[in-house]
Design a protein around this ligand. Structure first.
Ligand code: CUK
Ligand code: CUA
Length: 644
């Protein structure tokens, strides 16, 4: 055949093949849809979320891990899980709490009053911000149960600090950052005495000694750590402070915190009485009044008071009194529909949207009006603690009927458009808060708590995707016993109308509350550690075992596929300090280190030096080995630790 004829045959063959393959593909797509019972809508949803191998996600979500005490990272739109970051809870794979000294130190740092705490109730992650936009440097997360806040460095996705609140006994409005991450906010929840003392639960004591509060943890950006010495707390009444947001742009310098139980109801079960009799149960007693209070705090002024030394220390925490805050006109209360939950500041900082769980409305407050009243000291009344109270009517921009159980709100790219979760209705409301108009509702499954949109709480929301963080899954997944996974539902919000449900993702790790969605290209995590950045870095060839009395220090290296040294002999009772440097440079070449029955496990990442400390308190022969399948000869990556 001539060259030209070959080409001709080849071309016609390609045409036939491509025709054949399109019909084949079209048919098979149809037949797959038929076989699996998929509608056209389902196929579109699949195409919008399916992410072929090797392709990356546009956004990353940092979700609280609820009672697991971890932080969960997943991608959008694929909804693929990427990482559980160990924060308040031991996690062996990452070497967090199993002998690796970094993780041990973190958990030690989180001990409260000498008690080791190995769980946390994480609710609200907060990505660090610059000028009100996520900068991708850090993420903070709170522990509601044991009032603590953690700092996670997004260079390594590792927890680098845990601070504990020395005066709160629980917290909730946290973690929240101010627009330049000047402060990380932590609001108390269940009022209690600041001191760690017994104070009988009488109404009088409750009113006088029990307290709420708002802590402003100073974040040192250079060090990447919270600076305890520059942090302070504003004393608040024993109202149950709840969700908090920081002001931005025109409301910069202020923070807003909802509350419930401004009735200061202390419960009907006291003094061993388990019968209700004439007393009300908590849920009724705490929602007797029609309104509760939003706490409006000028943290810039509080900062000035702190710097002037206008505080008293309790358990080492500087506390600025309500009296001093009121005198500085820096603490004001604003009535809001009773038992509110969400509190969200608009991207331009002007509006604060509050949704009351027991009210079908969302209220849009206008900060301009609030500020004018505060500046003029135009107050309607005072509460029992002498804190001025604003006239609610004078501060409202709009009140919009959305449905049953409105909770949290996030913002769209388009001005005025917001999304509010409706817990009781099990739906998401899309509405316009500037015009005060409900646009549409989308049913979700089921009982939504928080919802998030892409960068939806920043000065520059992206819109695009919405995720419903549902509380119940019920019948959405295969049954796995009475305890079900959580259900995060991905929703497409690019069209003006309607919203489209795209994907259900089960999350079997605690009950996440809030999450944040950040553009993936804002994150620049490292691939390997700089070996020299570790004090105990071990250079290959310089491995050794040193003894000084009962202290044995092992300087060892790990590389595919051996540890050096491989055999280590010590005496019973020796105090062991074991440094291991992973001298690998290649991406993802991680070595594990597990030691038989000593409850020691670690993760040694490329370039990293990890240190283990323990006492050789059991005699015997203990194999150690690499727990990551790092190479073909990974099983051979082992050694013996002998204790005589
Ligand atoms: S809270 Cu759980 S759904 Cu802790 Cu933000 Cu509202
Ligand atoms: Cu190193 Cu397996």
């Amino acid at each position: 055949m001539s060259k030209r004829a070959t080409l001709k045959t080849f071309l016609s063959l390609i045409t036939v093949l491509s025709l054949f393959s399109t019909t084949l593909f079209a048919e098979s797509l149809k037949s797959i849809a038929k076989r699996r019972g998929l509608s056209d809508k389902d196929l579109i949803a699949a195409a919008k979320t399916y992410t072929p191998t090797g392709k990356k996600d546009e956004y990353l979500v940092f979700s609280s891990g609820g009672q697991s005490g971890h932080l969960i990272v997943y991608g959008v739109p694929s909804m693929r899980l990427l990482k559980y970051i160990a924060v308040f809870t031991p996690e062996p794979w990452q070497g967090y709490g199993y002998g690796e000294i970094e993780g041990m130190h973190r958990l030690k740092e989180g001990e409260i009053r000498g008690r080791k705490i190995t769980w946390g109730d994480t609710h609200h992650p907060a990505l660090s911000e610059t000028k009100g936009d996520y900068n991708g440097d850090y993420v903070f997360i709170n522990d509601k149960a044991n009032p603590r806040v953690a700092v996670i460095d997004l260079n390594t996705f590792e927890t680098v600090q845990i601070v504990k609140n020395p005066i709160f006994k629980s917290e909730h409005g946290s973690a929240v950052v101010t627009p330049n991450t000047e402060y990380v906010l932590e609001g108390a929840q269940y009022p209690a005495p600041y001191e760690n003392k017994y104070v009988a639960l009488t109404q009088e004591n409750f009113n006088k000694v029990y307290r709420g509060g708002m802590t402003y943890w100073k974040f040192d950006k250079k060090k990447g750590r919270i600076d305890l010495k520059r942090s302070f707390t504003v004393e608040l009444p024993p109202y149950m402070q709840d969700i908090t947001d920081a002001g931005k742009s025109i409301s910069y310098g202020w923070s807003f915190t909802n509350s419930v139980n401004t009735e200061r109801y202390i419960g009907g079960y006291g003094n061993g009485n388990t019968k209700l009799k004439n007393r009300l149960a908590n849920e009724a007693g705490m929602s007797e009044k029609d309104t509760d209070y939003m706490h409006i705090i000028n943290w810039k002024k509080a900062e000035e008071l702190f710097k002037k030394g206008k505080f008293k220390k309790t358990n080492g925490m500087p506390v600025i009194s309500m009296k001093d805050m009121v005198a500085a006109n820096a603490l004001v209360l604003l009535p809001e529909s009773k038992s509110p939950h969400g509190c969200s500041v608009s991207p331009d900082g002007r509006y604060i949207i509050v949704a009351g769980k027991l009210d079908t409305h969302a209220t849009v407050f206008d900060f301009k009006k609030i500020k004018a009243l505060i500046d003029a000291k135009n107050y309607a009344s005072k509460d029992a603690y002498g804190i001025p109270v604003l006239d609610m009517k004078k501060t409202i921009h709009k009140q919009v009927q959305l449905g049953l159980g409105p909770l949290h709100t996030q913002f769209d790219k388009e001005k005025g458009i917001v999304y509010t979760s409706l817990y009781v209705d099990s739906s998401v409301a899309r509405w316009n808060y500037l015009e005060g108009k409900l646009i549409e509702k989308l049913p979700i499954h089921y009982n939504i708590g928080h919802l998030i949109t892409a960068e939806g709480d920043t000065v520059n929301p992206d819109g695009k995707y919405l995720i419903a963080l549902n509380k119940l899954a019920i019948d959405r997944f295969n049954q796995v016993g009475p305890l079900h996974p959580q259900n995060h539902q991905l929703i497409d919000i690019t069209a003006k109308k309607p919203m489209q449900l795209l994907y259900d993702m089960p999350l079997p790790l605690g009950e996440p509350h809030y999450a944040q969605m950040i553009k993936a290209d804002k994150l620049h995590p490292k691939i390997r550690y700089k070996k020299k950045s570790f004090k105990h870095y071990v250079r290959p060839g310089q491995e050794k075992v040193e003894r000084s009395g009962k202290s044995v220090t092992i300087h060892s290296t790990a590389i595919r596929s051996h540890y050096s040294p491989e055999v280590i002999e010590v005496r019973k009772g020796d105090q062991i300090t074991w440094h291991i440097t992973n001298v690998e440079r290649a991406q993802d070449q991680v070595h594990g280190f597990g030691l038989d029955t000593y409850n020691i496990h670690g993760s040694i990442e490329p370039g990293e030096t990890v240190t283990f400390e323990f006492v050789a308190d059991k005699r015997g022969v203990f194999p150690f080995y690499c727990t990551e399948f790092c190479s073909a000869l990974h099983l051979e990556m082992t050694g013996y630790f002998l204790v005589k």
